[in-house]
Design a protein around this ligand. Structure first.
Ligand code: GTP
Ligand code: SPV
Ligand code: MN
Length: 596
């Protein structure tokens, strides 16, 4: 039975029902009874496997199709009327062509299946930041993941009332045919159509599709920002909490940083880290002239490999109940394993493809992009105010990526405009979170290359405009945990040790420490990054000392000069949409580099 009298919702459901022709339509009310029934049904068909309920209560296992394990950036489109509005950063299709193609694919795609209607909210219900969506899907896996990742159910329709301000999401697995797989966004119609996939980022339409691609477009029109950012709070020994938002490309350390545990040295002094969000932030200019952020999500869709009791105990704890594991190893006693969980790979287990797995084979058992979906409230370090409807005030923004060379451990931008420039020239080596080659250096401004729903140059202008409204703006920094030595080993210990850099950042925000001015921005004096008692648990072979610190804090002007030409070429694609301020910043960087 329909859960709303909102005519626009009813029309949307009816139109899609006529197109996809499901046998049944089920409205998801969000009740435990309904979700439990769906879990049983999914176990009966093999879509889910129930894990050992004593060791992992409420946990389930899922395998996606072998060729459907990551976001498909080459099949993801922004379908707006003018191609220039999508920009060179996006694939574009004219809306009428996209609708015609997609209708052909969706036609009768749900025959013999049930269509689930999922009302969901991005942002805590009742928050001025919150936005509603309705996702239609023929996948129980999607329903159950949306229950963890967003706020779902009848209460969303109460929030929506008879408003037309909701995202219309249509998803069908269809035949899981990779050749007919498309993720189509219609920002001007508030619609997302996703077909022939069952993988997270392609099908959990509240996440990247809505909370970043659609929301970035809405944010441009409404004066706010939707960003691929974690949010964390650092509590000092006096009990004051400062908040940091950080943008890193996919699989570059957001979840890990958001949940980090400070080194023993700092813990003893009374420092704590609180998680507000691990992947997406929506940010608004507050009446006080500061930037305020919420996490629009309700759970974590985290990378499994590498997650363990040393690297990220808070993430491991989050997965111990009510979690769905996708594409990890299934052990013979119905628990899960992945590379890097511990040093005891299980025998007699099945790999992510469902085949018997021999740990000695050299093949990995879990897919490199295998994931866990866990409720945020499971996280031991979740901030008590993480659902505060007004959000949290941001003191610092950090950008980062995987850079073997060039980028120092940390540097601070000169001001907001220069910070926007720093975000715009971000580059990072690609990872398994998207299909395609990994380890390839590409420009990924603001970690938003695959997620900005409009012309990236207009997005930069929007950031500059937001800055003009901030009387008390966050300071902007760039970090790089991934510098390699000449033998290809990480130089910096990373993970919890990253706290040492965050502490410097917070001291900069409070004006408690000075810095060295370099051609690229301000860097710490080596005496101001504490390297006492570093724990080498993650990289036991690594040793770090003050020489190593000086080396990764240094700005190699030879390397920096080499990035100028690629940045110019990258900027050139945007033609006259490129803000003059950024062209000026590039010229200024170039002249500063020639002075050293
Ligand atoms: P998405 O969910 O795809 O957006 O990824 P994410 O940015 O949240 O990345 P995540 O924290 O899951 O980390 C991805 C990978 O980077 C994992 O394999 C981590 O073990 C590794 N990683 C995270 N932090 C560090 C670090 O400080 N140093 C090193 N060397 N590796 C790290
Ligand atoms: C990412 O790829 O940045 C993720 C996972 O966070 S997905 O939801 O698939 O986009
Ligand atoms: Mn992400």
């Amino acid at each position: 039975m329909a859960l709303t009298t909102n005519k626009m919702v009813l029309d949307f459901v009816e139109e899609m029902k006529t197109l996809a022709n499901p046998d049944h339509v089920v409205w998801i009310d969000g009740s435990k009874e309904q979700l439990d029934t769906l879990k049983e049904e999914a176990c009966a068909t093999g879509e889910l496997i129930k894990l050992d309920q004593e060791k992992l209560p409420g946990c389930y296992y899922h395998r996606s199709a072998i060729d459907d394990v990551a976001r498909v950036e080459d099949r993801t489109y922004i379908c707006c009327n003018q191609e220039v509005d999508a920009g060179p950063n996006n694939n574009w299709m004219a809306p009428e062509d996209a609708y015609a193609m997609a209708k052909d694919i969706f036609k009768n795609s749900m025959v013999g299946r049930t269509m689930y209607v999922i009302p969901f909210s991005m942002g805590p219900i009742g928050s001025p930041f919150a936005k509603a969506g309705v996702e239609l899907t023929d996948s129980i896996y999607v329903v159950l993941n949306m229950d963890i990742m967003t706020r779902i159910g009848a209460r969303v329709f109460e929030m929506l009332g008879d408003s037309n301000d909701f995202v219309r999401g249509m998803h069908s697995k269809c035949e899981l045919d990779a050749r007919r797989r498309y993720i189509l966004h219609f920002p001007e119609d508030n619609a997302i159509w996703s077909m022939n996939s069952g993988y997270g980022g392609n099908v959990l339409l509240g996440k990247k599709c809505f909370a970043l691609r659609m929301a970035s477009y809405q944010g441009k029109n409404e004066g706010w920002l939707a960003e691929h950012m974690l949010i964390l709070g650092i509590e000092n020994p006096q009990g004051e909490v400062s908040y940091i938002a950080g943008a890193f490309p996919s699989a570059c350390g957001k979840t890990n940083l958001a949940m980090l545990i400070p080194p023993e040295l700092y813990k003893k002094k009374g420092y704590k880290v609180w998680t507000v969000g691990d992947d997406i932030a929506w940010l608004r200019v507050g009446e006080d002239g500061r930037l305020w952020a919420i996490n629009p999500e309700n759970g974590f869709f985290g990378v499994a490999p590498g997650t363990n009791m040393k690297s990220n105990p808070n993430a491991v704890a989050s997965t111990m109940k009510d979690t769905i594991f996708t594409n990890v190893v299934l052990t013979k006693d119905n628990t899960v394993w992945w590379e890097g969980l511990d040093n005891n790979p299980p025998h007699g287990a099945l790999d992510w493809k469902g085949n018997p797995w021999d740990p000695a084979s050299g093949e990995s058992g879990a897919h490199p992009n295998s994931r866990f979906t866990s409720p945020a409230k499971n996280c031991p370090c979740i901030a008590s105010n993480w659902e505060d409807p007004k959000g949290v005030p941001i003191s610092a923004i950090i950008f980062g990526g995987r850079r073997a060379k060039v980028a120092p451990l940390v540097y601070q931008s000169r001001d907001w405009q220069h910070g926007v420039f720093v975000g715009s020239i971000m580059a990072s080596e690609t990872t398994a979170a998207a299909t395609g080659a990994t380890g390839v250096l590409r420009h990924d401004p603001f970690a938003m290359l695959p997620f900005c729903g409009y012309n990236m140059a207009d997005y930069w202008q929007h950031w500059l405009d937001i800055g003009k409204r901030l009387t008390n703006p966050p300071l902007i920094f760039n970090v790089n945990w991934f510098r390699l030595d000449d033998s290809g080993n990480f130089i910096w210990p990373g993970y919890g040790e990253n706290f040492r850099v965050l502490e410097w950042i917070i001291r900069r925000c409070k004006g408690e420490v000075d810095a060295r001015e370099t051609a690229v921005g301000y860097t710490p004096r080596s005496r101001d990054i504490d390297i006492d008692e570093i724990d080498y648990y993650i990289h036991p072979g690594l040793r770090f000392n003050v020489e190593a610190l000086r080396a990764i804090l240094s700005v190699g002007s030879v390397y920096w000069k080499e990035i100028l030409a690629p940045v110019k070429a990258f900027y050139a694609q945007f033609g006259d949409h490129l803000p003059q301020e950024l062209a000026d910043e590039l010229t200024a960087l170039e002249s500063r580099l020639w002075l050293v």
